[in-house]
Ligand binder design. Structure first.
Ligand code: ADP
Ligand code: ADP
Ligand code: ZN
Length: 216
């Protein structure tokens, strides 16, 4: 099964992606995680990406598309994958369709997690992430079992540099301008499904499981 997760920053894409990837046994591919691990390793890609990410801007398409194209060629993507945070522009969506076409495949579902803007700031400023395994927590809505420590790997949780109020506001503008046109793109392709992301995490996951379960 080939799945895309769509939705504004803070919709819960990363949180749901971890659960989906486990249940449906497909690799979770997060472009944000790929960029962050390159930033940590100070690679040329990381240095380039950082200058955009810290400002809340998108990393240019010509950089991002190549990374995803390489990743999708890996063996673990043969039977499906879950894309989290890609595509984020119409050009990226078109490139993804071309990549799929070349290999005679297609995306099965584009899953939109809807969360109105008034929820987002609190979600983002309370987010704490694991720099080691990418786990995502919230100080109020999804606290770790031991304060400040990742449940999965025990690493010290951090606050992302781009999760400050100012940068989140910029990222929301970028989402509305550049990413939200993908909703009609996938509606027109006939593969858009939608879930209400304001429910509790397990309830959202229940809705998603029903949609994806019907695909199998
Ligand atoms: P995204 O990947 O879409 O930016 P995340 O999965 O990282 O979003 O979630 C953003 C923040 O909101 C995190 O702190 C996460 O713990 C929290 N969160 C995720 N889903 C929910 C939910 N259904 N209700 C409340 N908080 C949530
Ligand atoms: P969130 O889901 O919380 O908005 P991500 O971890 O998906 O955050 O992305 C963090 C940042 O990485 C984005 O704000 C953007 O700068 C960059 N990024 C991630 N994915 C892409 C993409 N597909 N195209 C361009 N930039 C991206
Ligand atoms: Zn961890």
């Amino acid at each position: 099964m080939r799945v895309i997760l769509l939705g504004p920053p803070g919709a819960g894409k990363g949180t749901q992606a971890k659960l989906i990837s486990e249940k449906f046994n497909i690799p979770h591919i997060s472009t944000g995680d790929i960029f962050r691990s390159n930033i940590k390793g100070k690679t040329p890609l990381g240095i380039k990406a950082k200058s955009y990410i810290d400002k809340g801007q998108l990393v240019p398409d010509e950089v991002t598309i190549g990374i995803v194209e390489d990743r999708l060629q890996k063996d673990d993507c043969k039977n499906g994958f879950l894309l989290d945070g890609f595509p984020r522009t119409v050009a990226q969506a078109e490139a993804l369709d071309n990549i799929q076409e070349k290999s005679g495949k297609k995306i099965d579902v584009s899953l939109l997690i809807t969360v109105p803007e008034q929820f987002i700031l609190e979600r983002m400023t309370g987010r704490r992430v694991c720099p080691s395994c990418g786990g995502s927590y919230h100080v109020k809505f999804n606290p770790p079992k031991v304060e400040g420590k990742c449940d999965i790997c025990g690493a010290e949780l951090i606050q992302r540099k781009d999760d400050t109020e100012d940068t989140v506001k910029k990222r929301l503008t970028v989402y509305n301008d550049q990413t939200s046109p993908l909703i009609s793109y996938y509606k027109n392709n006939g593969i858009l499904s939608e879930v209400d992301g304001t429910d509790a995490i397990d309830k959202v996951f229940g809705s998603i499981s029903n949609i994806l379960g019907a695909q199998e």
